[in-house]
Ligand binder design. Structure first.
Ligand code: NZQ
Ligand code: ZN
Length: 395
């Protein structure tokens, strides 16, 4: 295990009926609030009205940025930063999924630094000050509610890039599982695929001696695999939604990721799919993951895959390669059974015309070629995209 600092001081308010705490939380930062939200789900499910009523009763000055897109655009960040400057906003309240929270993080930085948001994102790190951010999470997926990352898209340049901000960490996050009851089956499954992918990216790693992190990761994977089908079947099942929500937060707040180094694999490849075709992040990950697993299965990695087979999928098979292949097949079959389209043509990517360019961007925008679990060159990435064009059998 490597040295690390684990410092994620987000105050988590987990559970139902806690929104009445919101005004007091906001008052610790100021009265002038920028409310940031997406395309309208919070208006349809009543959350918007509940928040507005609370803030009005608390004499908050409320300004709004609505319409944050899934795969949030840099132009929306710029709009939000301008609103903050114009109205001297004191605290940002992000109500939504990862896209709304990510967009709010970069707004929080750009509002103070007055930098051009895309120039900020291109630097991939922002160490300057940021406005305080409070979140009300409505979708279990990214972990953005308790981490310092944000991912912003520029459709004009076909780029989708992550940025890490020292001061992007939300101050307080409200995690009420009932706020996810209205998430439809597609987004519920996509969100859980994202949670699983974060865990896979961290778990399949070269650093040795991380039994604590690996054991926690396996437990979180099993919790998602158990609870996702329940949430799909019964969207209002509180405990299923609660377990998915808490798993999303713990998968990417450093609990399992700290103590090891290395680069992620599927995320850089998926970000290119989203940048070129604007697809749903979790769906792209689900499609790529089993193909990537098969591509990197070799003599050095088979041991970890055999452990994954036994601990996560309960596969009792003595031959490691067979156990590994069975686990990859189980992963594929699980996503498919949860209603996820498991080939690229099903999400509108019908041919390989952009694969070479996407692969070279995936390599250029990350250290996948040197630091991944198994380093991947552009050719490897193209092969994984190619394998994702058709149905696959891994046994
Ligand atoms: O926009 P609205 O109308 O709110 O609808 C959203 C959106 O259409 C809907 N939704 C959210 N909560 C809902 C709901 N619908 C009904 N009821 C609710 N309670 O779901 C759709 C998707 O929302 P989005 O926020 O885009 O999803 P997600 O949370 O999966 O976020 C995806 C974004 O996060 C980035 C992704 O790349 C992508 O841009 N990521 C951020 C990370 C981070 N900050 O750490 C890490 C991740 O790996 C990821 O890259
Ligand atoms: Zn992700």
């Amino acid at each position: 295990m490597e040295n690390f600092t684990f410092d994620v001081a987000t105050d988590i308010r987990f559970g139902k009926d806690r929104l009445s705490e919101l005004p007091a939380v906001l008052d610790t930062f100021g009265k002038r609030v920028l409310l940031v939200y997406g395309g309208g789900s919070i208006k349809r499910n009543g959350l918007y009205d509940a928040i507005i009523a609370l803030l009005k009763a608390n004499d908050n000055e409320i300004y709004e940025l609505n319409g944050v897109e899934p795969n949030p655009r840099v132009e929306t960040v710029a709009k939000g930063a301008a609103l903050c400057q114009e109205h001297e906003i004191e605290v940002i309240l992000a109500v939504g999924g990862g896209s709304v929270i990510d967009c709010s993080k970069v707004i929080a930085g750009a509002a103070i630094s007055q930098e051009d948001p895309w120039k900020m994102v291109l630097k991939r790190r922002y160490d300057g000050p940021a406005l305080p951010l409070v979140t009300v999470l409505t979708l279990a997926a990214t972990g953005s509610e308790m981490n310092r990352g944000a991912v912003i898209s520029n459709l004009e340049t076909k780029q989708k890039l992550g940025i890490h901000g020292e001061n992007f960490l939300p101050k307080v996050s409200f995690l009420d599982p009932t706020n996810t009851f209205t998430v439809n089956q597609y987004q519920t499954a996509a969100g859980s695929a994202d949670i699983l992918s974060h865990l896979f990216e961290i778990y399949f790693n070269k650093t040795q001696g991380t039994d604590v992190q690996d054991g926690v990761a396996e437990g979180l994977m099993k919790a998602v695999i158990k609870n996702l089908p329940i949430a799909l079947e019964t969207p209002n099942d509180y405990d299923a939604r609660a377990n998915l929500m808490w798993a999303s937060t713990l998968a990417l707040n450093g609990l399992v990721g700290k103590g090891r180094s290395g680069a992620w694999s599927c995320h850089p490849m998926e970000h290119e799919l989203s940048a070129f075709y604007d697809i749903t992040h979790g769906i792209g990950l689900a499609i790529l993951t089993p193909r990537w697993m098969e591509h990197v299965l070799n003599e050095q990695t088979v041991g970890k895959f055999a452990r994954f087979a036994k601990e996560v999928w309960g596969i009792d098979e003595a031959v490691p390669e067979l156990a590994a292949r069975m686990a990859i097949q189980k992963t594929y079959d699980f996503f498919k059974a949860c209603g996820i389209p498991m080939t690229l043509p099903e999400v509108g990517i019908n041919d390989d015309r952009d694969f070479a360019e996407m692969a070279s961007q995936a390599v250029a925008h990350s250290t996948i070629a040197t630091d991944a679990f198994v380093p991947l060159q552009a050719d490897d990435v193209v092969a994984i995209y190619q394998a994702s064009l058709t149905e696959t059998n891994f046994l």
